[in-house]
Structure formats: structure tokens, C-alpha cells
Design a protein around this ligand. Structure first.
Ligand SMILES: Cc1ncc(COP(=O)(O)O)c(C=O)c1O
Length: 361
């Protein structure tokens, strides 16, 4: 957690020990503090025409909107590369749910989407702003416009982008936007759903009337206050951080591509999520590379998932037209605030060695 967010967390926990729902003076103070944190988050994202429902993170925010839509009989179309919290929240309702294919760049097939929007009225379209595996960023302004014109609803899972890219929600008229605090240096276990069409939601948790009756349970006030501070800090540093992270990712990609012509890049290094680069190393196991790099102190991930003892290729990487063999060799490298030029270069050397390559740069 960012130190300033931790400080805000501790301070709020000490200053406002009461339940924000209590009617006494201490409850009132806690309620005011919670309202202030909520306002700060909305202001940081330039969101002024809806409500923020605090949740336990991106997973719960995604489930809240998707399950609510399904419960109301609204057809849902989700992008093929969505996070498991969207995919598995909908996949059991197969009759009502369809999948939006992607092109080879990982972008939603626009023509397919337009055909879908003509067929069903109204439909909820759900996309990841940036894919958590490839970092490909969808043109959400354009998607929001398409949905708005056809009377459809748009949900954007912005868990990967809030705090990592400038986001002005006044320019993105999506109806629902999910985020998660731990992605930008806030506490784990808190996030939210920004809703312009809140009446469409139904609480997935039964109990009290917190969060306007849309999320029962005592609010986590310290976490909400810390989230607001973390978001402001993360956004402040973006102007210098984005080019720095892009440069680290491009240097690594260039080194690998110039050492081996079979390397495939699944990310858009100029327009995608800054600092994220997803590779396919055909013939290698992404899963094994993760374990080998971990043994050397590097934390990276493979899109593949272990299921019942076997390794399954990444859905997000396959959806870009990669073969199963290519997808099994995928590796996601994510540079962050703690990454330096020298740690990136050390990483690059170790990865080349594990791939039995030598640098030609
Ligand atoms: C795109 C995306 N959506 C949702 C989630 C889930 O968020 P949380 O861990 O806060 O539940 C993640 C987490 O990595 C994510 O990357």
C-alpha cells in the first residue's frame, strides 16, 4: 500500500471508530467522513452524474452489475478476454449471454458488435477497459457512444486502468464502471462500482440498507478513505510514470524480438496499458517460466491456468487468434513504480538465459 494511503487508513480507523450507519454523533462523523471519501474518488475520476457503490473490489463490482442485469432478463454480451470475475459471473446463464469476439489486435470486433446491438434491445455490453493479461485497451469512448445511440447499456471493468491511465468519466458515458483499490496502491479488499443507472442494480448481499440498499454490510470506512488518497497519489504521478513504464516495456520487447524472431507480442506498447507486455514464446511453457523466474526473485505471470492437474492456455491470448501452442507459451510482464532500468535489464538477461538466447542488442 502507498504510505500516504496507509496513513489515511490508520487515521480514519482511529478518528472514526463508529459505524457510519449509527444515529449518534459519532456515527454522524463517520458518515460524513465516508461521504467525503466517496466524493474525492468521484472527483478524481470526474464522475458527477451517478453514484459510487463501495464493494470488496473489482470481482464484487463486476458480479453486482452482471448478476443484476441477468436477474432482470437483460441480455448480456461480454468480451472474450474479460477477467474471470465477469466470465464466470455470466457463463451459467448461457441462454442470455453471448461472447464478443476480438480481432488479432485484441480489440472488439466492431462489425460483430454493431450486428449484436441491432438484434437485442436493450443489451448490456461488458468489456475490460484494459485486458489484465495483454493490456490491450478498448476504445471505450467509441463503445459508449455506440451503446448510447442504440439505447444499450455499457459496463467497463476499469480495474486495470483506474490509477494507471488518465480517466475522465465525463468523456466516457458508460453506465457502469468497476475498479479496485489494490491496483493503484490502496488497500486490498475494497473497490467500487460507479453507476449511472443505479436503479437497475439489485443487492447481491442481503441485510442492511447500506450503500443505498445496493450493498448490505457495515461500510469499510478506513479502506474507503485510503482508497481516495491512493487514487489521488497514483494520478498525480502519471505524467512522468507512463512514458517511463512504456520505455521499460518497449526495451524488453525490443531485446527479446531482436534475439529471437519467433517471439510474439500480444500487447500494444504505444496505446495499451503502460508497462505491461505480454509475450508468446512458442515451444516454451509460460507456466514453467513463471516458476523459474520466481525462483530468481522475479514476479511475473502466465495467462495459462492450472486446472485438474493440466495447464490450460489463456482465453485472452487465444481470443487474439494465437494457437494453443503459442498461448501455452505466454508470459505477462508488468513493470510498476518499483521497477528501475537496472532491475528491468537484469530481468531481461535472466529471461534470455531461460529461453536459451543471447542478447543481440
Ligand atoms: C480486469 C480485472 N477485473 C477484475 C479483477 C478483480 O479485482 P479484485 O481483485 O479487486 O477482486 C482484476 C484483478 O486482477 C482485474 O485485473
Amino acid at each position: 500500500m502507498r504510505p500516504e494511503a496507509l496513513e489515511a487508513y490508520v487515521e480514519a480507523a482511529q478518528r472514526f471508530p463508529a459505524n457510519p450507519g449509527s444515529m449518534h454523533v459519532y456515527g454522524h462523523a463517520a458518515r460524513s467522513a465516508l461521504a467525503y471519501g466517496r466524493e474525492q474518488i468521484c472527483a478524481a475520476l470526474n464522475f458527477h452524474d451517478g453514484r459510487l457503490i463501495f464493494t470488496s473490489g473489482g470481482t464484487e463490482a463486476n458480479n453486482l452489475i452482471l448478476q443484476s442485469a441477468l436477474a432482470r432478463g437483460i441480455p448480456v454480451r461480454i468480451a472474450r478476454n474479460t477477467h474471470p470475475s465477469c466470465w464466470y459471473a455470466t457463463m451459467e446463464s448461457s441462454g442470455q449471454v453471448g461472447v464478443l469476439p476480438l480481432n488479432r489486435q485484441g480489440l472488439i470486433d466492431r462489425e460483430f458488435l454493431i450486428r449484436q446491438l441491432k438484434e437485442h434491445q436493450p443489451t448490456l455490453i461488458s468489456v475490460s477497459h484494459a485486458c489484465n493479461e495483454t493490456g490491450v485497451v478498448q476504445p471505450v469512448e467509441e463503445l459508449a457512444d455506440l451503446c448510447e445511440r442504440g439505447g444499450h447499456l455499457l459496463h467497463i471493468d476499469a480495474t486495470q486502468t483506474v490509477g494507471h491511465m488518465p480517466i475522465d468519466l465525463e468523456q466516457i458515458p458508460a453506465h457502469f464502471i468497476s475498479f479496485s483499490a489494490h491496483k493503484f496502491g490502496g488497500p486490498r479488499g475494497v473497490g467500487g462500482l460507479l453507476a449511472r443507472e443505479a436503479p437497475l442494480l439489485t443487492s447481491q448481499l442481503h441485510g442492511g440498507s447500506q450503500e443505498g440498499g445496493l450493498r448490505a454490510g457495515t461500510e469499510n470506512l478506513p479502506a474507503a478513505m485510503a482508497t481516495a488518497v491512493a487514487l489521488e497519489s497514483a494520478q498525480e504521478g502519471l505524467t512522468s510514470e507512463i512514458p517511463r513504464l512504456r520505455s521499460l516495456a518497449s526495451t524488453l520487447a525490443n531485446t527479446l524480438c531482436s534475439s529471437w524472431s519467433n517471439v510474439l507480442i500480444n500487447s500494444d506498447l504505444e496505446k495499451g496499458l503502460p508497462g505491461l507486455v505480454s509475450f508468446c514464446f512458442p515451444g516454451h511453457s509460460g507456466h514453467d517460466l513463471v516458476l523459474e523466474l520466481s525462483a530468481e526473485g522475479f514476479a511475473v505471470s502466465a495467462g495459462s491456468a492450472c486446472h485438474a492437474g493440466s495447464v490450460l492456455p489463456s482465453r485472452a491470448v487465444l481470443s487474439m487468434g494465437r494457437t494453443e501452442k503459442e498461448a501455452l507459451g505466454s508470459l505477462r510482464v508488468s513493470f510498476g513504480e518499483a521497477s528501475t532500468t537496472s532491475s528491468a535489464s537484469e530481468f531481461s538477461d535472466r529471461l534470455l538465459a531461460l529461453l536459451h538466447l543471447s542478447s543481440s542488442t
